[in-house]
Ligand binder design. Structure first.
Ligand SMILES: Nc1ncnc2c1ncn2[C@@H]1O[C@H](COP(=O)(O)OP(=O)(O)OP(=O)(O)O)[C@@H](O)[C@H]1O
Length: 267
């Protein structure tokens, strides 16, 4: 069988999104290929979550063309979503359900057999040493435990394309190491990951391509090494600061503290 590797897994062509008269995305062009892990970064309000919501079919009144797995999602019956996993930044979990009930329910939504979903969920929960709480209500879970449930729910159906919005939120240092390794292994197996986060050192380490969004436009797109070279900066944090024109953080912090303390620490 001949496999065509050049076909993008997802493609945005001249995508623009407005809320009232406010342009939130301004003519975005982006092709993502199989096996890429895209670090999607940008200042607060740049339009990252809006991009993810468009790709997930949650926002429909954009302009331009969005293709996922080669299919225009505006003309799709959304069956493409079965091959997608998503960890939202702010998730609503069903607190009254147990982890088992929730994960089985999500698995069924993705078309899995109920028994298979439950068995797989239990095996995955075991990997996070959470087997003791599998039948407990999510309401009793800590922040990190909830995040692990979310991560499991996004991967349970073995998706080809995975959208992650701040996926490490609330996770302890050991769990972060495990998740980073899981993502690397998934990508090595040909999965594609769209990773949106503000934690620059993690994005720097795991992404094989970084896309920086500023004011709804792509301001940089390339490997970390290429961005380092272009911007003469050692770290992604330095590149981010430079490209967003932010170099007065000390002054901002000083002014903030002065207001909090009524300037009492000043000479
Ligand atoms: N439902 C909405 N109605 C009106 N404006 C919105 C809505 N959702 C987002 N916006 C605006 O769109 C812009 C982009 O928001 P978005 O959430 O995509 O940014 P972001 O890059 O994900 O930010 P953050 O890093 O803070 O999560 C912001 O100016 C925001 O105020």
């Amino acid at each position: 069988m001949i496999t065509i590797h050049d076909e993008p897994i997802l493609s945005l062509k001249n995508v623009t999104m407005r809320y009232s008269n406010n342009v939130v995305l301004n003519g975005i062009n982006l092709d993502v290929h199989r096996g890429e892990i895209i670090g999607y970064i940008g200042p607060n309000g740049a339009g990252k979550s809006t991009t993810l919501k468009i790709l997930l079919g949650l926002i429909e009144d954009y302009q331009g063309t969005v293709e996922v797995f080669g299919e225009d999602i505006a003309a799709s019956d959304y069956s493409y979503k079965r091959k997608i996993g998503y960890v939202p930044e702010n998730a609503e979990l069903y607190d009254n359900l147990t982890a088992c009930e929730y994960l089985t329910f999500i698995g069924e939504l993705y078309g899995m057999d109920r028994h298979d979903a439950e068995e797989k969920a239990e095996n995955l929960i075991l990997q996070f040493q959470m087997e003791d709480v599998f039948h407990n209500r999510i309401a009793s879970f800590s922040k990190g435990m909830r995040q692990k449930i979310l991560i499991i729910s996004s991967l349970l159906h073995n998706p080809d394309l995975i959208f992650l919005d701040e996926p490490l939120s609330g996770l302890d240092a050991n769990s972060v190491m495990v998740i980073k390794d899981i993502l690397e292994q998934l990508v090595a197996q040909g999965k594609t990951i769209f990773y949106s986060s503000h934690i620059m050192d993690v994005v720097e380490k795991i992404s094989n391509r970084i896309v920086l969004l500023i004011d709804g436009e792509i301001a940089a797109d390339g490997t970390f090494e290429a961005l380092q070279e272009q911007n003469k900066q050692g770290s992604l944090e330095g590149i981010f600061n430079q490209l967003t024109g932010f170099d007065d953080y000390k002054q901002t912090a000083q002014q903030f503290v002065d207001i909090v303390t009524d300037g009492e620490g000043r000479e």
